[in-house]
Design a protein around this ligand. Structure first.
Ligand code: SAJ
Length: 401
């Protein structure tokens, strides 16, 4: 094959399929044998529009196949997870082991590109790892870093159309990587060095986390100031150069909530706003859970009976079915800790059943409940009716006009 793609997750597999669709032979590598077998059957193991068709086409045309071990190629892409150890220290062990697996296969003229979100300096570390074992490759292979910025749910479009930042360890590496991406990316390809490209990815997501923290902070202030935060933000954004984001029940997903820690771990004294924004966004989820419990108690005091409480939304963001790293799920778990379940109706329209929570249809929950907490702004929650004399906690702005 021309390309080896190491890591067949929600970025690696769509990227492999797109490159294969362009008529380039791609060999995908994943440590999970089930993933490999699923792909070799032309099927997919993740939810992403248009991906299934792209993979089945590429596999049946013989341009994409998968295995657990890499094979010899000319371009190697590292797109494996970079999770965190519990003390918020970045863990690049998957990038390291993927790199070690291909070092014996590398030859002069090959290209090695990391796409995984990584701490600044990772590409240089991997370069040294390669050169230690294969000194004859020094200056004879091309090494670059190119982060992805696709939005889950829109990956197949954004992989092609988004601009890309491409950072080589030297100019010729940058150029070689640009030639590679030019084959299937129609967005602009912006050239820089590896460290800047690594930091760019972290900065993009950290900027969003800081902006969301500002919105969440406003929601806490407005709750005390007896101001409707949705109305306030809508009015402030009428200013030609103000764009305040939306408060929520916390920041979920394994990107925005994680990437800032790559910077804070490396530059703790300098990244104070970035670190504080993480604290504010994490605190917001806790604050929402406490708000639900205190509202429940207030209802009990006023009406002399326990209220029925509807908890609307479990996903980590609106209109998707992904519950991984979801603040809404955390809040529901926390609220249920101190109560017997029959007081609560849990609603998540994007999944059929949840192995932990019993799910209720939104119309039943809204009809039966005295207190309605909207945790995620799913489209199904935007036009709820018969809400009068219900206590509404709209944490996600679903009801704002
Ligand atoms: N959120 C808010 N208020 C907002 C916007 C988002 O509370 O105004 C919350 C969402 O509910 C969610 C979290 O933040 O819980 C993250 O949502 P997101 O819309 O930022 O989307 P992600 O995490 O799926 O994707 C982000 C994107 N990064 C940016 O928009 C800068 C995407 O482009 C990246 O590729 C992706 O992270 C990633 O993989 O890094």
């Amino acid at each position: 094959p021309e390309v080896v793609m190491i890591g067949l997750g929600y970025i690696g597999l769509p990227t492999a399929a797109l490159i294969a669709q362009g008529g380039t032979k791609v060999h995908g590598v994943d440590i999970n044998q089930n993933v490999v077998d699923t792909i070799n059957r032309g099927e997919i193991h993740i939810v992403e529009p248009d991906l299934g068709e792209a993979v089945s086409q590429a596999v049946s045309n013989g341009f994409l196949k998968a295995s657990t071990e890499p094979v010899i190629a000319n371009t190697y892409l590292i797109v494996v997870p970079t999770p965190f150890k519990n003390n918020h220290e970045p863990d690049i062990s998957y990038v390291e082991s993927a790199t070690k697996n291909i070092i014996p296969l590398l030859k002069k003229g090959d290209t090695y590109i990391i796409e995984s979100t990584s701490p600044v300096g990772t590409t240089e570390k991997m370069m040294n790892l390669i050169y230690e074992e294969r000194p004859e490759l020094k200056g004879a292979i091309f090494i670059a870093y190119c982060p992805e910025r696709v939005l889950p749910g829109n990956v197949m479009y954004e992989l092609v159309n988004n601009d890309r930042v491409i950072g080589g360890i030297d100019d010729k590496s940058t150029k070689k990587a640009v030639d590679f991406y030019r084959k299937y990316v129609t967005g602009e390809l912006h050239e820089t060095n590896a460290r800047t490209a690594e930091m760019c990815k972290l900065v993009e997501n950290s900027s969003r986390d800081v902006q969301i923290a500002f919105a969440n902070e406003l929601s806490l202030i407005c709750d005390k100031a007896d101001i409707d935060v949705w109305e306030l933000i809508n009015l402030a954004n009428k200013h030609p150069r103000v764009n305040i984001l939306q408060p929520g029940c916390g920041v979920g997903g394994h990107c925005i909530a994680v990437d800032p820690y790559f910077i804070v771990a490396e530059y703790p004294m300098e990244s104070r706003i970035i670190g504080k924004a993480r604290e504010v966004n994490n605190y917001k989820s806790f604050w929402c859970a406490e708000k639900i419990v205190s509202t429940k108690l207030e209802f009990e005091l006023r009406h002399g009976r326990k209220p029925k409480v509807a908890l609307l939304g479990l996903a980590f963001k609106p209109n998707i079915d992904d519950l991984r790293e979801s603040p809404a799920k955390y809040i529901v778990q926390r609220v249920l800790q101190d109560a017997n379940n029959e007081d609560y109706y849990i609603v998540e329209p994007n999944i059929d059943d949840h192995n932990v929570f019993k799910l209720t249809d939104v119309s039943v929950a809204v009809k039966e409940a005295d207190v309605i907490a909207i945790l995620v702004a799913h489209k199904e929650f935007k036009n709820l009716n018969e809400l009068d004399n219900k206590v509404i906690l709209d944490f996600s702005g679903a009801l704002k006009k």
